[in-house]
Design a protein. Sequence first.
Length: 337
Amino acid sequence: MEKQSVTIYTVAREARVSMATVSRVVNGNPNVKPATRQKVMDVIKRLNYRPNAVARGLASKKTTTVGVIIPRITNPYFADLALGIDDIASMYKYNIILTNSDNDDDKVLKVVRNLLAKQVDGIIFMGYSMPDELRDELKSSNTPVVVAGSVVNDDELATVRIDYENAAKEATLKLLDNAKDHVAFVTGPLKYVINGNDKLRGYKAALAERHIDFDDQLVVETDGTYQSSYDQAKKLVEAGVKAAYISNDNLAVGLLNGLTDNGVKVPEEFEIISSNDTTYTKISRPTISSITQPLYDIGAIAMRLLTKLMDGKDSAADADEKDVILDHGFANRQSTR
């Protein structure tokens, strides 16, 4: 005979209390007499009753579930952000559905539609661009969204990040102080706001401050992969480049290895500063100097901001709270003099 599932009704009947009382016990409501609470808990244990999260979600109009979208699940930058998100989600009793978009517009659209079908209460978006179709879909669903560790092409979305423009300017200035000129900006696709707007503006601002003319030949756009950066090493040296500020650690390691394999000494002949300070910068040889970011804190604060938005607190939508900018730093390692 097929075993019947234990429901809240079964527990109420066995404990001889109302279903409302069982619900209060399960949800930790203090308005239950200790003796009654114990009686209900004993029945729950005996019947091995597990509350149905979906049913509870329907009753409360909440699923207590948050969708987290990562552009590439193997990237340590986003993995570190996810740790902060997960810890705060657990603290506020939210479950996480972690998804991988492969930084692909079609896939991210599919991923978000799946999350919305699961009726998630909110979404933390990690990525570099928000396709128009996706933006429209999110707005029509009224699902709160927070962008963590990046900026996207939608000023209305809440973000938690560092000041990428200022960080890029500081990194470029450090290289200019040593190399004097011929400092390149090696970047992933410039169509992404974080690269083509924020970091490029910071790079240009540093040149302007040192009265150096901007040369677009020194802006080296790659597809963001290790190999694309590795392949640029020889060309940069042949072009007389002496240093490079790099938009992410994956590209930084690619360039470093390309230089090393072409017999170029880092930092004596070529200096490198990266942007994210993930594990890559510490396990490479030489180690790579980098802008530092409080990645765990960015993730944690993004999740806390999302809880406010999901609770419908108007203050969280205020301009001051919508774009949270945390302090960044600098780790001086072996790839700079």
